[in-house]
Structures are given as C-alpha cells and as structure tokens.
Design a protein around this ligand. Sequence first.
Ligand code: TEU
Length: 550
Amino acid sequence: MESLKKKVIYQIYVKSFMDSNGDGKGDIAGITMKLDYLKRLGADCLWLTPVFVSPMNDNGYDVADYYRIDPSFGTMEDLELLIAEAKMRGLGIMLDMVFNHTSTEHEWFRKAMAGDPKYKDYYIFRKGRGALPPTNWVSKFGGSAWEPVDGSDEYYLHLFDRTQADLNWENKDLRKELFDVVNFWIKKGVVGFRFDVVNLISKPETFEDDHLGDGRRFYTDGPRIHEYLKELAGNTFGRHQGMITVGEMSSTSIGSCVRYSNPLEEELSMVFNFHHLKVDYEAGDKWTLKEFDFMELKRIFNDWQTGMENEDGWMALFYNNHDQPRSVSRFGSDTRYHKESAKMLATSIHLMRGTPYIYQGEEFGMPNAYFEDISEYRDVESINYHDILKSNGMPEAEILEVLRAKSRDNGRTPVLWDDSDGHGFTSEVPWLPFAKVSGISAESDIASTDSIFSHYRKLIALRKEYDVISDGTFRMTDMENSHLISYIRCKGNVSLLVVNNFYEDETALDLSKVLDETDLDFRKCTQESVLISNYGDLTKSDDMIIIRPY
Ligand code: TEU
C-alpha cells in the first residue's frame, strides 16, 4: 500500500458540497455525483464532516445519534454506496468523530437530565457556587462554559455551544461506548477518521477558576489525554492495518503533537494545529481586524516543520477548513492576482513535510463570502459574537466588517460548481447564500489554460513522483526576508528549493546567499529543472532571481 506520506486528503463540508435532491442542502448522494471530479484532481481520501443525526445547531458537530445518518444528508444506503463507488475509484472515505461532546438531544444526555445516575456520569455536572457557576471558564463560542440545570443547583459543562454537552472520559463505560461507535464505522469500510477537538477530552481532576485565562490551560492536552488516545487506538483503528487518523488539536503545543503522531506512540497518524491561522488575531482575539503578521506566519511554519521532523511527528498541512476564512482572500488576493496567489499558497504548503489537505473549492480559488447583513449568516459562533460585540457597544457596520473577515461562514458558502443561478450546487435556494463574487467557479477555472485546478493536480502528482516531497528533510532559508517563504527539502542526492512570494510586489532572491546557508552546493548539480511554477515562463536563471507578485 502506498505510504501515508504520499497521500493527499480532500475535505468535504457535506452541507455545502453538492445538493442532489433540490432541498438547498448538500448531501451524501451529491458527493457520489462528484467522485470523478475528485478522482481527476488526484486526492486519495475524502474526509466528510459529520453526517450523523443532529439538531444541526452546529451543523452536525452536535451529534444526537452516532449510528444513524441525518435524513438531511441521506440514508445509510447512500453512505454505503458512496463508500463502494469511492473504493472502485481508489478513493477512501474518512468520517468525522465528535467525541468531546454530544448534542443535548442525544439519548444519553436526555437520560442524564432525567436523573439516571449511569448517564449523568457520562457528562460533567458540578454544583454552582451560590449564584456563580462552578468555575469562570469561557465557552469557545462565547459566554460561560457552564449551563445551569433548571430546578437544581447544578450546571453542566459545554466548551462549545450550550447544546453541546462535554462528555466525561473518566467514565470507562462511556469510553467503551465510543469505541463501539468507531468499530461500527470501520466495519462499514471507511479508511480512517478525523477526531474533532480530541485534545480537549481529558478534563482535570478538580475544577477551579482560571485567573490567567479562559480555562483552556486546564483541559487542553489534559492529564490523561495520551492514555485515552492509546486506549482508543488499541480498541479500534489500531487493530487494522493502515487506517488514517487525524486529531484536531486546539491550542496545542509541538511537544504534545509529537506524542500524538509519532508512530511509536501508537496514538494517531497526524495532527491539525492552528497556530499559523492566528497570525491575524489582535492580542489573541479572533474578533478583531488585523493584517496578517507575515514574519510570525513564517516563524510558526519553521518551528512546527522542524519541531515535528526532529521528533518524528507528522502534521496536516492546510490553510482552509470549514472553520476558517478562505486563504485566497486572507493571505492572497481574490481580485487582481487571484490565480497567481491561489497557486502560490497551495505550493507553499503542499511541498512542506506533512500531509496536505484541500478544502472543497480551494482547488479553484473560492474566496470569502462578502456578506452584507447579519441575516445572511448561519454559523452559531458568528451569530453569538455578533450579539456579544453589539452588547459591548461596537457599531453594527464595524461588527459586519469583522465578520466579513473572520466568520466561519466564509468557508461554508456552497461550492460554486458553475456560473448558473444555482451554481450547479442546487436547483433551490441554498441554505447559506453563495459567496458574493462573480466569475469564479470550478467550471470556468478548469476551462482556462492556466487553471488553479491543474496546479493542484500537478502538486499532488509531484508528491507521488518525488520522495523528496513526501519524505525529505525541511530547512527554511532566508529567515529575515520579509516577502518570501523559501525552504529546501532534501532526500539522498535530490534537493528541492521552494520559493513563495506572499506579496503583490516583486522581490529579488539572491540564490547564492540562500544556498550558502545550506550544506548543499547546487552548482555541483548534474541535473536541474523547474518542477512547478505559477508563472508559465519560469526558467532557471542567474543567481539573482526576480520573484514576481505572489
Ligand atoms: O472546531 C474546534 C474549534 O476549536 C473551532 O471551532 C474554533 O473554536 C473556532 O474556529 C475558533 O473561532 C471543531 C469543529 O471543526 C467545529 O466546526 C465545531 O464547531 C467545534 O469543533 C465543536 O465541535
């Protein structure tokens, strides 16, 4: 079997991918319709965001039944057909397991609220302190992380929405229930899993106020996390050859991620971390407007690439997902240099050490939503923060500007398959408006001679062809350069130099200086070539190279 390091994963936010039955929402059968497109791109695995029964307060990240498909997404037969059709094309399906919390509509939580002690211990209930909640912890979606239980002095913990109650992993029976869920889906033929915020599952023994922050330091990479992950792996996917697992790690550290992903630890195949996606937060606060800090982005890439490599960890490479604004609008240009910047951003991470993830629409440069009114938003976090900022006295126009830059709905607008009214996504009104842009679609991109799509195809093909990409060492060069992220990958006698200009102006690269920083002597190269570029006419020239916009 092809090594994990050669694979590329494509993320599907099911509700916005493809609507097969004209209800304005994407569904599983819609994914099956697009398998040939995904095969043509070259992706190996498709990660589907949660498709399980859910009241959809957080679009499926609030699971009410781990064993059944939500009717809005289709049926179990639809999923079985998708798995089979994907397999025929050499594509694997990965499912999203949300195990930090369940919906408050899950049967376990209902029984807990009815007073059943067995199920009460599946969750985290604590007594308040007079009129105060058990601790001062803050929910990631705003407000207290504790919800009072009517008619009692107790509260339950929810690190996310109040309808997402945190599970108590200290309870062995609960852990066993979750292992059964994983094994059920393995039997259906999936090739792997993404585990939602899985580094938050181990809570501290005692709950106390956080006088320095919002509480996260007590439960992030918590006390029993490695034990839990080893137990999960040992009872489920670890018993099968070659399953692919990725943990979503919130506010984590390199040290923890090395342990999560080093193969000898037998926990997960790889990790997502988000430090590089906070470089446009003012003082750590997402709901602010700030130009991204390029030098900080560069430093974080360097730290994580080298930190993970030194200890044999393995990381996911990505800028986009369903929680993030679109990278081409955020770090590139979605107008004048749309194609150039979309391709540059792709190159900048696909050629790093790790597994690239492509988020639906990224492969043809989908931009942000550009919504103009709060009524266009659907995301629970965006709506909560709209209300919080309003009650803090921020004017509506300013709030909308912040949301335009930061809302998760930027990444969730339906895929623009073509330029027709329903954009080839739906024949109905879509559940979330389309991005307010014109002239950008999969169809028009693919029809152009210099498509973004073909650049992605090529990047994927290069990873398969060259071991220096999938398995080479990483070294960043020209650290002080304020426009370029450049790095060198090496394996055996093959070396690869990658140069990315993150700005609209030209900048000069002194090749001899860059190469002098390395142990390599490129002048002794017997064979050299330009593997890929976002400008059609790039050729190797003298030591001073002008790097064009993006
Ligand atoms: O996300 C976890 C998470 O930390 C982000 O939602 C983060 O809080 C946000 O982007 C910061 O602004 C995962 C899922 O990806 C997300 O969609 C869910 O809402 C969340 O978990 C709860 O399950």
